[in-house]
Design a protein around this ligand. Structure first.
Ligand code: F0G
Length: 397
């Protein structure tokens, strides 16, 4: 029995389904979300650490954990000077496999175990596969991952490999890999753990809970985060709304979704008022190289309801933000994560974020996952020397 009795509800037609049923969409095609018969918690209920600190607000008991959550909230005083806002970075790279996906997987894989399943799959730009593989290794489950060939960072691929996943490298992009894994799961009775799975998003909503608690329940004005398949921004909004409905938060922050210029279907939808996928998405931030995000409808709704907006950034802006965060704040995040800081800067310049605002940027994955891009940029500046040349260095000091 789960601690909180819950069910699935379509966000479009509101049809309800039992959460004992394996189902990812409504009969009408709409996305599903987890709803609770009664969601109750006070601050005193939050005990223990990490994601499971919020067990009163989660749909399953913990069946597998790697101590996810409890990630650092870093006040960025050096960056604040130039930006004119109060800035914190919520660094999800602190998670066990180095990304926010672990929050979703501890809950999603626990759900799979509760359902009595032992085979799981996902499509991935890298981090989802790394995380799923680790949680499934721990739970002795068979893992199948579908990745776009040649388009995922080596650090992430190494993680999926070493944890023992069966890896299918797809001749095509993430959007095709997602279509394929959907068919694969339906045909072979394999549990699908992409962010279309609403149980995964229940774990990810704890980012919002944690940020609000870390700020002593004094919410920021804005939360800025990168958007790819658009699950995380939807999850963060669900967490904020639940805290508001529980009376733990007066006014939730506005959400600002950031996408790379070459892969920006959500930004286009917010601007144009209708969604259409981007064919052949491209960006150096491979984690968010997605043209047809599965959670588009939830994400667009989340941004609108929060009163927030969306913005694009160029690859150059992303990589510059990555260096600035590393060199001024000591935080090494992967390019997709740095998109949040690049986007913040753009929003300050355009007046979308007002001077003096309290802002959280969520950095979603660790920089060591994708070192190649950094080494390529800096290797020319490295100086090779021999011992006898040490004296020459005196000139540099
Ligand atoms: N940042 C990082 C580091 C990611 O890996 C992802 C998504 C996102 C942001 C975007 O989050 O999809 O919830 O909007 N990575 C997925 C993956 C797609 O397969 O690892 P989202």
């Amino acid at each position: 029995m789960s601690p909180n009795s819950n069910f699935l509800r379509c966000i479009k037609c509101e049809k309800e389904y039992s959460s004992d049923e394996v189902r990812y969409r409504c009969d009408c095609g709409g996305l599903l979300e987890v709803r609770y018969d009664s969601l109750r918690a006070t601050k005193k209920d939050f005990t223990g650490s990490g994601v499971w600190r919020y067990k009163k607000l989660l749909p399953v008991d913990c069946r597998v954990t790697l101590n996810e959550g409890d990630t650092g909230l870093y006040r960025c005083e050096n960056l604040e000077k130039g930006f004119g806002v109060k800035l914190w970075v919520k660094n999800e790279g602190d998670n066990p496999t180095g990304s926010f996906k672990d929050r979703g997987m501890t809950v999603g894989v626990s759900k799979a175990i509760q359902l009595g399943l032992d085979k799981v799959a996902c499509a991935s730009t890298g981090n989802t596969s790394a995380s799923l593989s680790a949680y499934c290794a721990k739970s002795n489950m068979k893992t199948f991952v579908f990745i776009p060939s040649g388009k995922i960072a080596y650090g992430k691929l190494a993680q999926a490999m070493v944890h023992g996943a069966r890896i299918y490298s797809i001749k095509g992009n993430f959007d095709l890999a997602l279509e394929m894994v959907n068919d694969f799961c339906a045909k072979h009775g394999v549990y699908w753990l992409n962010s279309i799975n609403p149980f995964r998003l229940e774990g990810q909503k704890t980012i919002a809970y944690e940020v609000i608690e870390q700020l002593s329940f004094k919410p920021p004005d804005y939360i800025v985060l990168p958007v790819g398949n658009a699950g995380n921004i939807s999850a963060v909004w669900k967490g904020l709304v639940e805290f508001r409905d529980l009376g733990l938060l007066d006014e939730p922050p506005k959400l600002i979704g950031i996408q790379a210029e070459g892969a920006a279907p959500i930004v286009n939808a917010i601007r144009d008022g209708h969604f259409s996928p981007v064919e052949n998405p491209s960006t150096a931030a491979t984690a968010i190289r997605i043209g047809n995000p599965v959670n588009a409808e939830k994400a667009i709704r989340a941004i609108r309801e929060s009163g927030g907006s969306a913005e694009t950034v160029t690859d150059e802006e992303i990589l510059k933000a990555q260096r600035v965060l590393a060199q001024k704040e000591g935080l090494f995040v992967e390019p997709a994560s740095a998109a949040s800081v690049a986007g913040l800067l753009k929003c300050i310049e355009s007046g979308k974020i007002e001077e003096g605002s309290r802002v959280i940027c969520i950095t979603t994955g660790h920089g060591l996952k994708d070192p190649d891009i950094v080494v390529e940029r800096f290797k020319g500046e490295m100086v090779e020397i021999e011992k006898r040349e040490l004296e020459i260095l005196a000139q540099e000091i």
